[in-house]
Design a protein around this ligand. Structure first.
Ligand SMILES: Nc1nc2c(ncn2[C@@H]2O[C@H](COP(=O)(O)OP(=O)(O)OP(=O)(O)O)[C@@H](O)[C@H]2O)c(=O)[nH]1
Length: 620
């Protein structure tokens, strides 16, 4: 009979030999959350009637999009089928699946001894599966290969077992076949976890060392920190120290998740649980940091801590300038739960007061923007996303550029841009179109391997800036949706990059400045200038629209002059009607932004900034 929360052994007394710490790695939509749900049900920690889909994905936006953003840990008691008296503790750490959150995935992996590699039996291995598998291998984790969704008529278990077995070097027979939906094979999988994943090893009497693998802000309790104890033990009420910052806190509460929080006296070697110290901001309890006791604490931190580094920047401006204070409050609130989110105030001549916000990647940007709009009711304009450039000047000075309009003028020696190593998986019939796309994005081919007869893995080095601009959408449309993409930052390269400015009647419109490769600058200029000509109404005077690199104009259009006399049709004396028309004209003008002497309708900014070519919305 499955165990219930009542017979879960006391956390601090669990023998490490009975603990198994594991996670599930999978490509987006391959069924990780559904499998986690089934495990919660089978181990009895969530009663049938309380069960709801994706129990562990708490954020509304996660549930709606069906993606996992923050990882969670849950303690599952499981007595293997062959010996029901021998209850083990399985700590399942749910990990986010998206490239933007790779650092969180790698921290979750570091908290485990093994992983379930879950692959959709109708889709096969995807880029994300590979990326996560390599991370797991680097962490020396025991890998349990599993095919999910075998209930689907389109499932091809033989073909994909073979593919998986080739990849990790095992027998195709060893690949477990389950249906997370119906529950078929999931008990056998839990047994396999107990059998094959090694128990944690740590030194019981050593000074305490625990790794933070997640940190979540809760509006009632402050920051809840998820840890894996490696050595020693942490006890309720003791004072602890964060090893990266030296900050000390009192352990107000410590316990495990089953999946709701269950307080305990402490956590010992190999255990996974949560702690609460009363800190109010996740940046004080950072993923990857090591916690130790204040008295007789450890001197050496567990390896692998790094600060999250924003890779993509975008300007966020309220549509209605008076919403600026609300936008600031909303960003402050989101930052409490997101150590990777950075922002600073920025003013734009065209868009007014706003913020320059740094994100881990495009999905992160999209999620934050959507939360600002949905949870805080803000209407926003976002400028096209850009990466971070480093510019060396001939006079020896160096600039870091996070906003294209701040690209330095004058004698530039070298410009560096971030590059990534991208892995694309697709059916082999699309090799030609994928290579063509990567070439036009300044890609350099690194290599290509066949995973099976008809599926290939293609590796490229690409400038991050080229991926930020609708690369994924293009890839999907060129491969009829079959390709998957993953990438990791690999440093920077010098490139022939220039800033293109857009001028209206001689005045620069900062929101439209872009940094592009010199070869692409002309096309960008022509496209933007043509688009603006369509969107900006005629004014009382002639307005030239120009695209320029420095002082050199590379494209030009002209809006001809017109005087719009709203009273033209109102001859005769009806003064009240005339007043009404003038009032109406005034209202319309409020929605205009003045750029120098030119009135630009707000819609023009939105139309240009939200168009696909200028970055568009990030997709998963
Ligand atoms: N037929 C069938 N559908 C499944 C099975 N497992 C999951 N699904 C469906 O596949 C879709 C994706 O499942 P999720 O569990 O949300 O996938 P996920 O891997 O957690 O996705 P992310 O959180 O985005 O990484 C959902 O519509 C599930 O209902 C299965 O065994 N059989």
């Amino acid at each position: 009979m499955p165990a219930t929360p009542n017979n879960v052994p006391e956390p601090s007394r669990t023998d490490p030999a009975l603990i198994r710490n594991f996670c599930i790695i999978a490509h987006i939509d391959h069924g990780k959350s559904t499998l986690a749900d089934r495990m919660l049900q089978l181990t009895g920690v969530v009663e049938q009637r309380q069960m709801r889909a994706q129990y562990l994905d708490r954020m509304d936006i996660e549930r709606e999009r069906g993606i996992t953003i923050k990882s969670q840990a849950v303690r599952l008691p499981w007595a293997p089928t062959h010996d029901k008296t021998d209850t083990h503790i399985l700590n399942m750490i749910d990990t986010p699946g998206h490239v933007d959150f790779t650092y969180e995935v790698s921290r979750s992996l570091a908290a485990c001894e093994g992983t379930i590699l879950l692959v959709d039996a109708a889709q096969g291995i995807e880029a994300q599966t590979l990326a996560n598998l390599y991370l797991a291998m680097e962490n020396d984790l025991k890998i349990i290969p599993v095919l999910n969704k075998i209930d689907l008529p389109a499932a091809q278990p033989e073909k994909f077992s073979e593919e998986l077995a080739n990849l990790i070097g095992c027998d195709p027979e060893e690949v477990l076949k389950v249906s997370a939906k119906t529950g078929m094979g999931v008990e056998a999988l839990l047994d396999r976890v107990v059998e094959q994943i090694p128990a944690p090893v740590g030194v019981k009497d050593a000074p305490a060392r625990a790794m933070i693998f997640d940190s979540v802000y809760d509006s009632y309790r402050g920051v809840v920190t998820y840890v894996r104890v490696v050595d020693g033990q942490l006890n309720k009420r003791e004072r602890i120290r964060m090893m990266s910052t030296g900050a000390t806190h009192e352990l107000l509460e410590i316990g495990t998740n089953s999946p709701e929080m269950l307080a305990a006296d402490g956590l010992g070697v190999g255990e996974v649980g949560y702690l609460i110290t009363g800190v109010k901001d996740v940046r004080q309890s950072k993923v990857g940091d090591t916690i130790t006791s204040l008295h007789n604490g450890a001197t050496e931190a567990l390896g692998g801590y790094k600060d999250p580094k924003p890779m993509v920047f975008s300007g966020l401006y309220p549509l209605d300038g008076s919403d600026y204070p609300e936008l600031r409050d909303a960003l402050d609130k989101l930052q409490l739960n997101d150590a990777a989110l950075v922002y600073e105030p920025e003013t734009s001549a065209a868009l007014g007061f706003g913020f320059r916000v740094g994100f881990l990647g495009l999905l992160h940007l999209d999620v934050i923007r959507e939360r600002l709009e949905r949870e805080f009711g803000l209407d926003l304009i976002a400028t096209a996303p850009n990466v971070v450039y480093r510019v060396d000047m001939e006079d020896g000075s160096e600039h870091v550029v996070t906003n294209p309009s701040e690209f330095p003028e004058g004698k530039i020696d070298k410009v560096y841009e971030p590059v990534v190593r991208a892995t694309i998986l697709a059916p082999s019939e699309f090799i030609g179109s994928i290579m063509e796309l990567c070439q036009t994005r300044r890609g350099v081919l690194l290599g290509m391997d066949y995973l099976s007869e008809d599926r290939v893995e293609i590796r490229y080095t690409l400038p991050l800036a080229e991926i930020v601009f609708d690369f994924f959408d293009q890839l999907k449309s060129k491969t009829r949706g079959y390709a998957s993409l993953d990438y990791e930052p690999t440093g920077e390269q010098t490139a022939n990059l220039v800033k293109v400015d857009i001028l209206l009647h001689g005045d620069k419109v900062d929101a439209f400045s872009a940094i592009t490769h010199r070869d692409a600058a002309y096309a960008y200029g022509v496209r933007l200038v043509a688009k603006l000509r369509e969107l900006i109404p005629r004014q009382a005077f002639e307005v030239p629209i120009q695209a320029a690199i420095g002082s050199r104009v590379i494209a030009r259009e002209t809006i001809r002059a017109i005087r719009k006399d709203v009273l033209a049709k109102c001859y005769g004396g009806d003064i009240s009607r005339k007043r009404k028309l003038l009032e109406k004209q005034k209202e319309g003008k409020k929605r205009m932004k003045m750029v120098g002497s030119v009135e630009v309708p707000q819609e023009a900014f939105i139309a240009v900034l939200s168009s696909d070519e200028s970055g568009g919305k990030a997709k998963k």
